[in-house]
Design a protein around this ligand. Structure first.
Ligand SMILES: COc1ccc([C@@H]2N[C@@H](C)[C@@H](O)[C@H]2O)cc1
Length: 445
């Protein structure tokens, strides 16, 4: 353990109500919306390779041509209540919106820059309409904020000269003012999702991320912030030089899931296509199905993690058809099976090949989210010695009890119900605890 001034500011899992609510939410939505949404991954009529929200660099667009997009920011189809209704239908409990992505354009009328919604034909406070509409639907709101800012004259990706450092520290002052503005103007915000902290300038001056964390906690002690914000004074990111997580959860799971349950709280953020966050009119490659998304959500819950699915609204402010379809299908599944996700955690049972176990924090049930239907027609369950299955039903068919058969000393098999709709199904177990249900210890990460 080396002494650190700007390492982890607190240790271990938070036990306060705000963090407990973050955990119980489990399922979230990401919204990537900005000037890049107008380009839709195309420039001068041509498809542009790479992530659509990075089109400025990918298509080598000049500052002037990119800024001209502000004049096209009209959003004739924008209705935050429609976005919130679709999010509610999908079953998400929280939503993270890009208040400012790397491009530097702000979705709220900021006092500290003109590069924001107030300087567009749209002109309204989009962020306020989003916060109000989602709060109305009972969905918690979180703000994505990019430290990288391609538009701001004082942003520096590296600091090599005195001039650089003067500019960079002016930029940090600007950032602190914007974060203060966001937290005081929109007090409903539950947390921040920082991005763009990998550049040399931030890694060299890790203290600026400590300062942001301290600022946020002064303004709202219950604020929730992931580990991607943080760099310690030695340049260590996410985990400080002593290996301690900096922030409230591991925020490194971007388009990937862990193999085993991390020790810390953690969150996975996921795209529907392979790698598009902002609107790309022409999705290419594999587009994940609702079934695949549901499996990822179950997998995350089974490992004590949250799962956030990204939407990239179109340049006219409407949601794309594929995302509305996704919301409908996932939402239908969540209506029937949400009790296996919301408020659930890892179950102390030996993982099996048919899918994922979850356990509800309070109701004492264990859930089997079956994603891989066994050819044998038998679902294997290994219980701690002496435990028995008191009740076993399929969610949505609670009237039809399944009869587990004991196969070896503490192994049971459950006849697998038929799969007709191409979606995972959930079996709910009421276990009569034997000498100790909890004696299966999840493998150390
Ligand atoms: C250098 O690799 C990346 C990958 C993704 C990102 C951003 N994080 C995601 C949440 C999106 O905002 C993407 O633009 C930035 C840099």
């Amino acid at each position: 353990q080396i002494p650190l001034k700007y390492g982890a500011s607190r240790e271990g899992k938070r036990t306060d109500a705000a963090m407990q609510r973050w955990r119980e939410n489990r399922f979230g939505q990401f919204i990537h919306f900005g000037l890049y949404s107008l380009a839709g991954g195309h420039w001068n009529g041509k498809y542009v390779e790479g992530a659509a929200e990075w089109i400025k660099g990918n298509a080598r667009i000049s500052d002037e041509d990119y800024e001209a997009l502000t004049r096209q920011f009209v959003l004739p189809e924008f209705d935050a209540r429609e976005w919130a209704r679709i999010a509610k239908e999908m079953g998400v409990k929280y939503s993270v919106i890009t208040t400012k992505h790397h491009e530097g354009f702000c979705l709220w009328p900021s006092e500290y820059t003109d590069y924001d919604v107030s300087r567009t034909p749209f002109g309204r406070d989009l962020l306020k309409e989003y916060v109000d509409a989602y709060t109305q639907e009972g969905i918690d709101v979180y703000f994505y904020y990019s430290i990288i800012d391609w538009n701001h004259p004082d942003w520096r990706s590296r600091v090599e000269t005195v001039e650089d450092s003067l500019a960079f520290f002016r930029y940090c002052d600007f950032m602190n003012k914007q974060i203060t503005e966001l937290m005081t103007r929109y007090p409903e915000v539950k947390g921040f999702w920082f991005d763009g902290t990998w550049d040399k300038s931030v890694v060299k001056f890790g203290k600026i991320t400590w300062d942001i964390e301290q600022l946020m906690h002064r303004l709202n002690p219950g604020i929730i912030c992931g580990s991607r914000l943080r760099v310690d004074e030695k340049g260590a990111r996410h985990f400080d030089t002593n290996g301690k997580l900096m922030g409230d959860y591991e925020q490194g799971w971007e388009r990937s899931l862990p193999e085993k349950a991390p020790q810390n709280d953690w969150e996975c953020v996921m795209t529907i296509p392979e790698n598009q966050w902002g609107y790309q009119a022409d999705w290419r490659g594999h587009i994940k199905s609702a079934t695949e998304i549901i499996e990822m959500l179950a997998a995350a819950t089974s490992m004590n993690g949250n799962f956030v699915l990204n939407f990239g609204p179109k340049g006219d402010g409407s949601l794309r058809e594929e995302e509305k379809q996704m919301a409908r299908k996932v939402g239908k599944w969540m209506q029937l099976n949400g009790e296996a996700i919301y408020g659930c955690v890892q179950a102390p049972l030996k993982p099996q090949k048919w899918g994922y176990y979850t356990r509800h924090r309070d109701n004492g049930f264990v859930y089997m989210v079956v994603c891989y239907q066994p050819v044998s027609g038998m679902l294997k369950v290994v219980l701690p010695t002496g435990s028995v299955i008191e009740n076993c039903v399929v969610l949505g068919k609670e009237g039809m009890e399944l009869k587990p058969e004991k196969s070896t000393k503490n192994e049971f098999v459950i006849p697998a119900p038929e799969v007709k709709d191409g979606f995972p199904y959930v079996i709910r177990l009421k276990l009569k605890e034997g000498d100790s249900v909890g004696n299966y210890v999840a493998p150390k990460v």
